[in-house]
Design a protein around this ligand. Structure first.
Ligand code: SF4
Length: 401
């Protein structure tokens, strides 16, 4: 059977080329060998105008299992010193980091530590920050984020006052927010505030070339805001196996890297992005990502074209997070963008339990009603032309409300 045969799946293709599947991240042998050399260090970039330099790869994820203590040590050896977590991450992410710092207190000052708060009030943020400090066995956080804002209106003067006071108390060095929805709008507005040090936003080969996102990045750079990209694999709600994807995977493998690594490299090609936050739950993925960060080969114009063509072919599988467009057209407050993201956690990362737990945070009355609502206007307006109604039903079926 030829790779051109449409019946070939991505799995068949990779198996035939003698590569063991590990999710979507695979590591060519030469780069594994390179990454196994502890003398090599992941490069660093300045984080906006904070004066801090950060590793271009940020260790994101959930680390309270024994093997992750080893993983964190190895990340340090390779210079992956920007660590990202959140108070709300499941499986004791912050506790795992705390265990690590208890064992290796000397590493604390080498790590640029980020955590996040779901609270929006000063009282709530103080409570969560103190809990994070306690769990992570540290007296300060390098960068503290308000977690997952959809609109800049979620921050106000009281947030600014809280950030200033908490910095003055030495509990945080820098302050900002993360955003998965309406990213460009949040970034543009933040650039005008004058008190945001850093932003972590959904940013990948699908979104980075849009005018909106380019304008948002430029504004943040001018305002001195440090930028961290997340969701860089551009995973969608539906798994894909297009001819272009297979050809793209083959092309990148011939050049010595995987398509997953190429997607990271595409983002690093923008020097305005200080770091990529990537969930790295095992050593295979850590090695693959470190190898990509160490790679000194730029993607060619043709490589970028392949990524672009693939993005165009699969656009209706990818939610761009522009929730202002769709959510107001539906009768109830269905968090369409969040539901799409939970489907992505499941479809692209295989995180069924986590995705289902997140889905269950949606109020029960909405979960029970959401399959019966009319999504036709939302679908008409959706720039990605997503089958929103079908996907909402799929979420309900998958996560068993
Ligand atoms: S479903 Fe469509 S309109 Fe809604 S957030 Fe996703 S891409 Fe934007």
């Amino acid at each position: 059977m030829s790779p051109k045969n449409k019946c070939w799946s991505r799995r068949d293709f990779l198996k035939t080329f003698g590569i063991t599947s590990a999710g979507s991240l695979l590591v060519p042998a030469a780069h594994l060998a390179e990454a196994a050399d502890n003398t090599l260090q992941v490069p660093q970039r300045p984080f906006g105008r904070t004066g801090a330099n950060v590793s271009v790869l940020s260790l994101g994820g959930m680390f309270n299992i024994a093997s992750n203590q080893m993983l964190m040590k190895q990340a340090m050896n390779w210079g992956v010193t920007y660590w990202d977590t959140a108070d709300c991450y499941q499986r004791g992410s912050e506790n795992g980091i705390g265990k690590y710092f208890k064992k290796y207190p000397e590493d604390r000052k080498r790590v640029f530590l980020v955590t996040k708060s779901d609270a929006r009030t000063a009282k709530g943020m103080t409570k969560l920050l103190d809990r994070s400090l306690e769990k992570m066995k540290t007296s300060y956080i390098d960068l503290y984020f308000v977690h997952g804002i959809d609109s800049i209106d979620e921050l106000d003067e009281s947030t600014k006052t809280w950030a200033e006071k908490t910095k003055a108390a030495g509990k945080i060095r820098f302050f900002g927010f993360s955003t998965h929805s309406n990213m460009a709008e949040c970034m543009l507005a933040a650039a005008g505030l004058g008190w945001i040090d850093g932003i972590m936003m959904t940013y990948n080969y699908r979104l980075m070339h849009t005018d909106r996102m380019k304008r948002a990045v430029d504004a943040c750079v001018k305002a001195g805001i440090g930028l961290t990209a997340m969701k860089t694999q551009g995973g969608g709600s539906v798994k894909t196996n297009t001819d272009t994807e297979l050809k793209m995977a083959g092309r990148f493998l011939q050049k010595g890297f995987t398509d997953a690594q190429a997607k990271l490299m595409a983002v690093w090609q923008n020097p305005d992005i200080a770091s990529i936050c990537s969930q790295m739950p095992n050593m295979t993925i850590l090695k693959a990502n470190v190898a990509a960060a160490l790679n000194r080969t730029d993607l060619s114009v043709k490589d970028t074209e392949f990524l672009h063509r693939y993005a165009c072919e699969t656009h209706s599988d990818y939610c761009a997070g522009c929730t202002k467009i769709c959510e107001s057209t539906v009768e109830m407050d269905v968090p369409i963008g969040d539901v799409m993201r939970y489907l992505m956690y499941y479809r692209s990362y295989g995180e069924l339990d986590y995705a289902a737990a997140q889905f269950k945070t949606i109020p029960e009355n909405i979960r029970l009603q959401m399959v019966n609502l009319d999504y036709s206007l939302a679908e008409q307006r959706c720039p990605q032309k997503m089958a929103i109604g079908t996907l909402m039903k799929e979420a309900v079926d998958t996560f068993h409300i």
